[in-house]
Design a protein around this ligand. Structure first.
Ligand code: T1G
Length: 697
């Protein structure tokens, strides 16, 4: 078995090399190997200085997250870093790729740090519900000062090499991509110029120069506004503050205590689950990893509305030319104008340059002519949710597109097989369900039809990655996964209001839970008419869909933000939802018509009914194979609907709460609110009977 850390001498440099793909994570093996290699370097009298370098794509990217939750095997990372810091010989860390978390903390335990210009450094532990637990909160401020350390540690954002140099986090930035030669040259310089040992722990000028206790309270106040529900960012501030209040060793103690509090938090479990789940979804069970993918060099979009325009932007953003087709010139012009405005807004925020706006606009070619789709590799249809219109479009696309072109629909609820059957190439037809705004939301539900070919599935999953989306492959069923569960939550929310809750109470419960928006604020954003049209379609199809007070809003043209009023009222130019007494009166009238005597509904009941109806539907989705794994559902809800990642997603949360408790509550709801609506999913009953969790599937 190859050694994960080796020691070798090159001239008068002792080289410690880490080779532990994919990202040189600090597993137990690597930690032990580092200590052994360090001891060899210390004992090697011909080594005047030591160089720490990594092979592969990156310097150490942090502790091995796969070890979290398991008993820690010595040596601990702090012990390894202390050994490096107490070295009798100067140690240089040569950084390429991303030196993150424990990786950066180890580099801070070295005497000097050199980085190549493409390198980035960061302490992203907070994104995992943690804080830098191996000295980062004590050493980084000694180099960068309080403000920068707090920014980096509470945001988890990476910092580029030149900025790291500016803040003293690295000592030099060199061009070149051969990190070993860059590291050796710098270490030779250290030896020839006789650089002394320089332990970061002994640096104190940054601890007094700008130390002002208000910076810590300012950060706490800003975190309280931005992320009041989160646990670890506040602990990050406490840990950095300790560097300014305590001697180094005591500061490390304080950091350790705070780190363990974060490690034991349910938020860490949720965020680590979300981290791995986001990566796991691209490994589709039953779809071989080596399935070939089709070349996608040119894309066609049908429809230049909000969705079509947003979808087009995703491809232009990564340099893929797009043909944007509309039925009428004025619609096409309007669509292009919205795209340009979106880009110009992004440029105003400094996230892209004016030149990039033009580059991207040039990549989006408007057309009124289907014949211009003759050479595209992928077409995405994004028009009205009307099956007749979609089938006509797909029949036309089947005529004009070249063999092998993939024909995708952005439909959010309609049957992919029914759309595919309008063509002679059902194997090339697939759903690509983007979430609005399509150029912002990260989720892409890729929907496989009965006949969708494997290479088409693999291709749209690869396209998701290429356009920086999180792609999840799901089965073809009403509402696929996300919207199917959302519609269940929506119906429960409406029922809660029928019974006596107010829309704002329901929304408050959901936002207090951690959703970015409440159910009814979301309805106002999407448009009350969208749900109304879907309900009308289902009534036309003969389904028994009771009239709700939401229908009455639609019939009064209270369609939401687009008409300045819906469930809530909106001041001109503002998106802030304002409760409207007129709506309360309309709801009261509706209750009277339905002979409902309103009752007080507790927040706990609102939360359980909204969450458990989703979890129950999620269980059905798993039973039917519409989602392959419970983690797929978690990722869909975190990236498509803002389910708080620190809770891990609906199915992870269900496992945490305990499926037996959830089933018992659902049975109670079944007694109180209706057998069919609260019929427990058979999979849920099965798992409870077997004492299993969703994650065991
Ligand atoms: N541990 C274990 N596996 C990891 C890992 C890690 N830290 N980071 C990545 N992987 C795996 C990942 O699961 C995937 O596996 C593969 O590497 C490629 O990852 C004490 C306690 C480094 C920027 O939070 O941000 O240090 O799917 O697909 O897009 O204070 O991975 O191939 O089997 O993401 O090029 C702090 C987390 C840990 C960094 C690369 N460090 N990683 O992105 O590839 S806590 C982090 C990332 C800590 C100390 C504390 C990214 C990346 P597979 P990828 P990428």
């Amino acid at each position: 078995m190859t050694e994960v850390v080796t020691y070798s001498r090159d001239g008068n440099i002792g080289v410690l090399t880490v080779r532990y793909p994919p990202v040189n994570a600090l597993s137990h093996e690597v930690r032990s190997g580092l200590l052994e290699a360090l001891e060899k370097g210390q004992a090697d009298e011909n080594a005047k200085a030591l160089l720490l370098v990594c092979e592969g794509r990156t310097f150490i990217a942090g502790a091995d997250i796969r070890e979290f939750g398991k008993p820690m095997q010595p040596p601990s990372l702090p012990d390894v870093i202390n050994a490096f810091e107490n070295s009798s010989k100067p140690i240089v860390a040569a950084i390429h790729g991303t030196a993150l978390g424990g990786g950066l903390e180890l580099a801070l335990g070295c005497d000097y740090r050199v980085a190549v210009s493409s390198a980035k450094v960061g302490l992203p532990e907070v994104k995992l519900g943690l804080l830098p637990g191996a000295g980062g909160t004590q050493r980084l401020p000694r180099l960068s000062g309080a403000q920068k350390a707090l920014e980096m540690i509470t945001s988890g954002e990476f910092v580029g090499a030149s900025e790291a140099l500016r803040f003293g986090i690295v000592d030099a930035v060199e061009e070149g991509n051969d990190i070993l030669s860059v590291g050796k040259a710098y270490t030779e310089k250290a030896i020839s110029e006789g650089w002394h040992l320089r332990r970061v722990r002994d640096l104190t000028d940054k601890l007094t120069a700008e130390h002002d206790s208000t910076v810590f309270d300012e950060f706490r106040a800003s975190l309280q506004k931005k992320a009041p529900n989160l646990f670890s960012p506040f602990k990050c501030v406490d840990a950095v503050e300790a560097a300014f209040q305590l001697p180094f060793e005591a500061g490390l103690e304080k950091e350790r205590e705070l780190f363990m509090a974060c490690m034991q938090s349910s938020q860490r479990a949720g965020l680590v689950h979300a981290f791995f789940a986001e990566r796991e979804v691209s490994k589709v069970p039953g779809l071989a990893a080596e399935t070939p993918v089709r070349e996608i060099n040119r894309v066609g979009i049908v429809g230049a509305g909000t969705m079509g325009g947003g979808i087009a932007m995703n491809f232009a953003n990564v340099g893929i030319p797009v043909r944007l087709l509309e039925a009428r010139q004025d619609a096409l012009d309007r669509g292009l104008a919205v795209i340009r405005k979106n880009y110009e807004n992004t440029a105003k925020k400094g996230r892209i340059t004016a030149a990039q706006v033009e580059e991207r606009m040039v990549l989006i070619e408007p057309t009124l002519n289907y014949d211009d789709f003759g050479d595209v590799d992928l077409v995405i249809e994004a028009v009205f949710e009307d099956m007749g219109i979609k089938r006509d479009i797909f029949a036309r696309l089947d005529e004009v597109c070249k063999p092998g072109a993939i024909l995708a629909s952005n439909t959010s609820t309609l049957d992919i097989d029914a759309i595919a059957s309008a063509t002679r190439r059902p194997q090339d037809v697939v759903g690509m369900h983007f979430f609005s705004p399509a150029n912002v939301m990260k989720l892409l539900e890729n929907v496989r039809g009965e006949k969708t070919a494997d290479d088409v599935k693999a291709t749209v999953m690869a396209v998701a990655k290429r356009i920086n989306k999180v792609g999840v492959l799901v089965g073809n069923g009403y509402g696929f996964v996300g919207n199917r569960m959302l519609h269940k939550r929506g119906a429960e929310a409406v029922a809660l209001v029928n019974e006596g809750a107010s829309p704002q109470q329901v929304d408050q419960v959901l936002t207090d839970f951690g959703f970015p928006m409440g159910q009814f604020a979301m309805s106002d954003l999407a448009g009350i008419d969208v749900g109304y049209r879907i309900r009308q379609e289902r009534r036309k199809a003969g389904e028994d869909v009771p009239v709700s007070w939401l229908d009455k809003l639609a019939e009064q043209n209270r369609l939401g933000q687009k008409t300045g009023m819906g469930v809530y009222r909106y001041e001109a130019g503002s998106r802030a939802p304002i409760p409207d007494p007129q709506v309360d009166a309309l709801i009261a009238e509706y209750r009277a018509e339905q002979d409902i005597t309103p009752r007080a509904v507790s927040d706990q009941e609102i939360l359980e009914r909204c969450l458990y109806v989703m979890i129950n539907e999620g269980a059905r989705i798993l039973e039917e194979g519409i989602a392959a794994r419970s983690l797929d559902i978690d990722v869909i809800w975190i990236y498509g609907y803002g389910f708080p990642a620190y809770r891990g997603g609906p199915m992870f949360l269900a496992d945490e709460i305990g499926l037996d408790a959830i089933l018992a509550t659902i049975k109670d709801f079944q007694q109180r609110f209706g057998a069919s609506r609260w019929q427990p999913a058979s999979l849920l009953e099965k798992l409870v009977a077997e004492g299993k969790r969703f994650s065991d599937l």
